[in-house]
Design a protein around this ligand. Structure first.
Ligand code: PMV
Length: 342
């Protein structure tokens, strides 16, 4: 039986979460130490149109006909088929697995949608460009989150650090010098949609002061872009702390996240803040290679259930042909066909 797999990485937001929903810029980077993987295999004996979806992480094993059309994983399959004009899918099994913590600020919903979109389109023999993959994943995100900015699907689809403004073409962010982050998972699952809706209520109640906070966050993001591009990494720490103070004012932090941020700072981190939807999920700390493991230990002692170390490295920059799934350098390296003798 022929099978095919596609993966998509997680992501973290370095600066600008929530304000990005309201038109301010944000910076996010892919994190490939965690990833979602979709494996598709043909079911030769089954009738056309029969699609079985297996996602053990969420205890799902079902034919897609038995699931609601707006189930995010089903939607990813149907939108891909619709985009390709496939009236009827060949009988197939879609197996989804992921090492990305759910509802944790790692962009797991965008990554699972993207792994599925890539795998299904490649299985149909028509792998899609990163642009289209991103657009389809945005539509899945919109169904799930209501009002997503689009940053998650963009950074996950293109697998590059991005400077992102809602509704505008994204900019690839090139770090002049590498820098290292420790990611700490608070272990608290938090719904991004719920926090985004709460922030919307705050905004409706007091638009002036919330807009002031968002504008201040936008200023931080623009400064951070300059420092990253100039390799002035030491200056990023204070910007992270400032961003965190503003997120706290906006009620987006939580006691667990605050503890982790304090522990990181007390143990040599240059800056620390929550990352993503907030009220739970991840925080990030800017560290030197020397302080990384001390900060990691401090985070675990302060309640983190998992830590990761990731380095944002200089990349070659936007390549011609990015967005072309047939170009091996196009950020589409994981698609491969293999023979499954099972
Ligand atoms: O929690 P995550 O990883 O989905 O990140 C959400 C980022 C927000 O800015 C809060 C929402 C958005 O759509 O940009």
């Amino acid at each position: 039986m022929t099978a095919l797999s596609a993966t998509a990485p997680g992501k973290i937001i370095l600066f600008g979460e929530h304000a990005v929903v309201y038109g301010q810029p944000a910076i996010a980077v892919p994190v490939s130490i965690v990833q979602a993987r979709a494996v598709i295999s043909a079911i030769p004996a089954a009738p056309n149109g029969q699609v079985r979806l297996i996602a053990p992480d969420i205890h799902l094993d079902s034919l897609i006909d038995e699931l609601p059309d707006d189930h995010p994983l089903v939607l990813a399959i149907l939108l891909t088929a619709g985009h390709l004009g496939a009236q009827r899918l060949p009988a197939m099994q879609v197996h989804l697995s992921s090492s990305i913590p759910l509802a944790g600020g790692f962009g797991s919903s965008a990554a699972t949608a993207i792994a599925i979109i890539r795998a299904v389109s490649a299985f149909l023999g028509r792998p899609l460009s990163n642009d289209i993959v991103s657009e389809l994943a945005y539509r899945v995100e919109r169904r799930q989150h209501g009002n997503p900015s689009g940053i998650d699907n963009t950074v996950v689809a293109f697998e590059q650090p991005v400077y992102f403004v809602r509704g505008q073409p994204f900019e690839t962010l090139i770090a002049a010098r590498p820098f290292t982050l420790v990611i700490g998972d608070s272990g608290v699952q938090s719904s991004t949609a719920a926090v985004v809706a709460d922030v919307q209520r705050l905004h409706q109640a007091d638009p002036e002061s919330i807009d002031r906070a968002f504008t201040a966050i936008g200023d931080i993001v623009r400064q951070a872009r300059g420092y990253i591009q100039a390799g002035m990494i030491d200056n990023l720490g204070e910007l992270m702390n400032h961003n965190q103070r503003l997120l706290k004012e906006l009620t987006i932090s939580s006691p667990e996240l605050d503890l982790l941020v304090e522990a990181a700072l007390a143990n040599g981190a240059m800056g620390a803040k929550l990352s993503g939807g907030g009220r739970g999920g991840n925080m990030i700390a800017l560290v030197s290679p020397q302080t990384a493991s001390r900060v990691e230990r401090a985070l675990i002692a302060a309640g983190a259930v998992h830590t990761w170390i990731t380095t944002v490295a200089p990349i070659l920059g936007p390549t011609e042909g990015l967005g072309n799934a047939n170009n091996p350098s196009s950020g589409f390296p994981e698609i491969r066909r293999f023979i499954d003798y099972g």
